[in-house]
Design a protein around this ligand. Structure first.
Ligand code: PLP
Length: 442
């Protein structure tokens, strides 16, 4: 196998190996790392009864080729993918299913990427390494998943930034219940402000001098690449069962999950159509329609983990498909407003007895809006990104009953919480971090 390099979306000459790309998070020119080559991994590359971890080890092997982490890959995928991602049939037609990505420790799909990244970063640290500070901006679920994945790992400190008052109460508890090597900051601003702060810190020389910094947002290759694994496993399962490729509807915000799906397709996995379901943050659907890329401030919606006005991974999407015509051929997109999200949560319960989180409901609504012939000609898989219990304040009144809380979440809810409020500027973050415990790495 040849050695795999990753290049910046901005400057193709700026390349890094897998481990380097993970440690850096963002490329030095502010771009995002993407693979320079696409190995071919069709259905024949995978065994018939491969576990998720097994699919992961095969899929990721070419990307780690030549990297010091390569020998640990099977161990890392076993550690990260130790919970299932089942494809569950829905309704009577047999053509519709849900990919449940919420069986991890914090009950959202971000557990997959966060746990794989943690497995990698821990192994990249030598005994002499400086303490590593992971900065993570979160619109809700990322922070919890990253905190859970890194909590208690020696030599690693996590700072979670979330927009004050813009995450659900349940999510907020998951962001603030950790203590130890994890600190959370509620930022007086939006998710985009949080994301901007993280990017600024990375590009700031003083920060780089003061501490070893890494990011755990979906801008980090080490989060995004492993997300291709569940698309691979799900598409293989559908293909083996029905002899047809799967089409996915992906609830999308920062576009990490969607890009992971497109990467899996580029690798040769049996994936047909990809639909991006957005909430009222419509930059991507508008771009597909008009060809004008106009990022904008995010607006708050019920599907808050998708409240992104300027999705970072747009750069990766455009790097994969440079021409507008190619992007239009690769994906379609739709906008689902809060009213429609509510209606779809109700309908999902009436029709299928399913309680959907607001994000999953956007995918279900996007499916319902597909033209009938498109619906009937595909094997559609709704990507369920979070457990409804994380959004029970929204879901329960709509379906008129309580949502059972998975045990993993119940354990988190029982912990005490703590967080620091800061202004949305770099100096405030710097001060708060400095006089807090993170630097001491307690
Ligand atoms: C993060 C998140 C999304 C959006 O995923 P992106 O990769 O940012 O597009 C959707 N649903 C849930 C529950 C999330 O946590």
């Amino acid at each position: 196998m040849s050695v795999m390099r990753f290049r910046s979306t901005r400057d193709a000459q700026l390349t890094a190996g897998f481990g380097e790309a993970l440690t850096q998070g963002l490329a030095p020119d502010g771009g995002l790392y993407v693979p320079t080559e696409w190995p071919s991994l069709g259905t024949g590359s995978f065994g018939a009864r491969e576990s998720l971890a097994g699919v992961g080890a095969k899929l990721l092997a070419p990307f780690l080729a030549g990297d010091p982490l390569a020998p640990s890959l099977p161990q890392m995928t076993a550690e990260a993918f130790d919970f299932p991602a089942p494809v569950v049939a829905l309704g009577r037609t047999g053509r519709l299913a849900v990919l449940e990505l919420f069986h991890g420790p914090t009950a959202a799909f971000k557990d997959f990427g966060a746990r794989f990244l943690a497995a990698c970063l821990c192994r990249l640290r030598g005994p002499q390494s400086r303490p590593l500070t992971i900065l993570v901006a979160t619109s809700g679920d990322t922070g919890g998943a990253v905190a859970a994945a890194f909590h208690g790992r020696p030599g690693i400190e996590v700072a979670v930034l979330f927009p004050k008052g813009l995450v659900s109460p349940t999510q907020e508890r998951q962001l603030t219940c950790w203590g130890g090597n994890v600190r959370s900051f509620s930022v007086r601003g939006t998710f985009d402000d949080c994301q901007r702060l993280v990017k600024q810190a990375f590009l700031d020389r003083r920060w780089q001098e003061e501490r070893a910094l890494s990011s755990a947002n979906s801008i980090n290759l080490g989060r995004l690449l492993p997300q291709a694994v569940y698309y691979a496993a799900a598409s293989l399962a559908v293909f083996r069962c029905h002899g047809e490729p799967a089409s996915f509807i992906v609830p999308s915000g920062n576009l990490g999950n969607a890009v992971a799906c497109l990467w899996a397709r580029r690798l040769g996995l049996p994936i047909a159509q990809v639909v991006l379901a957005h909430n009222a943050n419509r930059a991507v659907p508008d771009f597909l329609e008009t060809g004008d890329w106009r990022p904008r401030p995010s607006v708050a919606t019920l599907a808050s983990a998708m409240d992104v006005g300027d999705p970072s991974n747009m750069e990766r999407l455009r790097s994969l498909h440079p021409q507008l015509s190619e992007i239009r051929a690769a994906v379609s997109a739709c906008v689902v407003d809060d009213e429609a999200i509510r209606a779809r949560i109700r309908a999902g319960y009436e029709e299928f007895g399913q309680a959907w989180c607001p994000h999953t409901a956007t995918a279900a609504e996007a499916y319902a809006r597909l033209p009938a012939e498109r619906r009937d000609s595909g094997r559609w898989v709704l990507v369920s990104t979070a457990h409804p219990a994380k959004f029970r304040e929204i879901v329960e009144p709509l379906i008129g009953r309580e949502v059972a809380v998975p045990e993993s979440l119940a354990r988190l809810f029982a912990r005490p919480t703590e967080c620091t409020e800061i202004d949305a500027d770099l100096a405030s973050l710097r001060d708060a971090l400095r006089d807090g415990r993170v630097l001491e790495g307690r």
